[in-house]
Design a protein around this ligand. Structure first.
Ligand SMILES: O=C(O)CCC(=O)C(=O)O
Ligand SMILES: [Fe+2]
Length: 309
C-alpha cells in the first residue's frame, strides 16, 4: 500500500492513542504535548532507513524550482547540523510515514480542527559533536516563519528516530509561552531571527517573559522512540548541544489546520510576507498561493463528519 492509499480512518487500537480531553486541555494551557507511541518500532526504523537513502541521494521527485529560503543540506556543507525541507514531497519512503492518519488525528484533536494538512517537513540530523555551533537551535516560535499563513492554530510534530533525551540536545519547550503577548519583535527581527546570536535571543526571551509577568520554565522533551512531541505555533522552543556520542535524528513535521490559507501580510519594508510554498503551489481561483495544493500540502486527516461519511 502506498502513502496516497492510506484511508483516513483509525483502527480501534489507534483510537486509544488519541489525546484525551484532559490532554487537549493540557496542550491548550502549556502549548506542548508528548504523545503516546504513535509510530511502531518498525515504522521508526523504516523512517531511519528512508532517511539514510535520502542522504545517499535517493529522490522520488524534486522541487521544480528552488524556493528562496530553502533548507537543503548536501555533503558539501560538511559535518554541520543538517536540515532538508520538503522531504515528504521528495521522498516517498519518508512521506508515507509522515502521512500516517493517526499523526493527523492527534494534531486535529490538539488544534480542535476537522482537517489537518502537512505544511512542511524538515529532515534533521544533529551530529554527535558536542561543540558544533550549528547544533544549537535558537529560541524561536514557528509562527515567526509563517506570517503569510492565516491560521493561529498551526502546530509542529517533532519526530525523533530513537529515544531522545537531554544529552542528545532534544527539543525544549518554554512552557505556556504560546499565550504570551510578544514585545520587541518587529518583522525585521523575525526575518533575521535565525542569524541573531544566542545571548540576544536569551535576552529577547527574558524580555518577553518579563513583559508577560511570568518566569521562564524550560521543559526538555524526553521522547521515547515512536512517541511525538507536539508544539503550538506560538510556543517558544529551541535545543542545545548533542553530547550523547550518537547523532540526533528527527523530522520536524509542520502541520496546518484545514482553514489555513495564504494571507496578505505586509512587512515594514513594504513587501509582503512570503513562504517558500509561494513559488511552488498552484493558485487559488483569486490568484493566491494555495496552501491546500495536495501536491505539496496533502491532507493527512479529515474528521468523518467533514468527509461527508
Ligand atoms: O531541532 C530542534 O531541536 C528544534 C526543531 C524545531 O524548531 C521545530 O521542530 O519546530
Ligand atoms: Fe521550530
Amino acid at each position: 500500500m502506498t502513502a496516497t492509499e492510506f484511508e483516513l480512518t483509525l483502527t480501534v487500537e489507534e483510537e486509544a492513542l488519541l489525546p484525551s480531553e484532559q490532554d487537549v486541555a493540557f496542550y491548550a494551557a502549556h502549548g506542548w504535548y508528548l504523545s503516546k507511541k504513535l509510530l511502531t518500532d518498525d515504522e521508526v526504523d523504516a523512517l531511519t532507513a528512508a532517511a539514510d537513502r535520502y542522504y545517499d541521494g535517493e529522490r522520488d521527485r524534486r522541487l521544480p524550482v528552488r524556493p528562496p529560503r530553502l533548507a537543503y543540506w548536501d555533503p558539501s556543507k560538511g559535518p554541520v547540523q543538517r536540515h532538508n525541507d520538503y522531504v515528504h514531497h521528495e521522498h516517498d519512503g519518508l512521506g508515507a510515514i509522515l502521512r500516517k492518519p493517526l499523526i493527523g488525528a492527534v494534531a486535529a484533536r490538539l488544534a480542535r480542527a476537522t482537517e489537518i494538512r502537512i505544511f512542511q517537513s524538515t529532515l534533521i540530523y544533529k551530529p554527535p559533536v558536542s561543540g558544533e555551533p550549528s547544533n544549537i537551535v535558537p529560541w524561536h516560535f514557528d509562527k515567526h516563519y509563517w506570517a503569510s499563513s492565516s491560521s493561529e492554530n498551526m502546530l509542529t510534530a517533532f519526530i525523533p528516530m530513537h529515544d531522545c533525551g537531554e544529552e542528545m540536545g532534544t527539543i525544549t519547550m518554554v512552557d505556556g509561552s504560546h499565550r504570551w503577548t510578544e514585545v520587541g519583535a518587529d518583522d525585521t527581527v523575525v526575518r533575521h531571527f535565525a542569524e541573531r546570536d544566542r545571548d540576544q535571543l536569551e535576552e529577547m526571551l527574558a524580555e518577553n517573559a518579563a513583559h508577560n509577568g511570568v518566569r521562564i520554565r524550560k521543559v526538555p522533551m524526553v521522547i521515547p522512540k515512536g512517541h511525538l512531541s507536539f508544539h503550538h505555533c506560538r510556543t517558544y522552543h529551541g535545543s542545545g548541544a548533542n553530547v550523547s556520542g550518537r547523532p540526533r535524528r528527527a523530522i520536524s513535521l509542520h502541520l496546518q489546520d484545514g482553514d489555513n490559507a495564504w494571507r496578505e501580510h505586509p512587512l515594514s519594508d513594504g513587501t509582503l510576507a512570503a513562504y517558500n510554498h509561494d513559488v511552488l503551489v498552484r493558485r487559488t481561483h483569486d490568484g493566491r498561493p494555495d496552501y491546500a495544493d495536495p501536491e505539496y500540502c496533502p491532507v493527512i486527516w479529515r474528521h468523518r463528519a467533514a468527509q461527508g461519511g
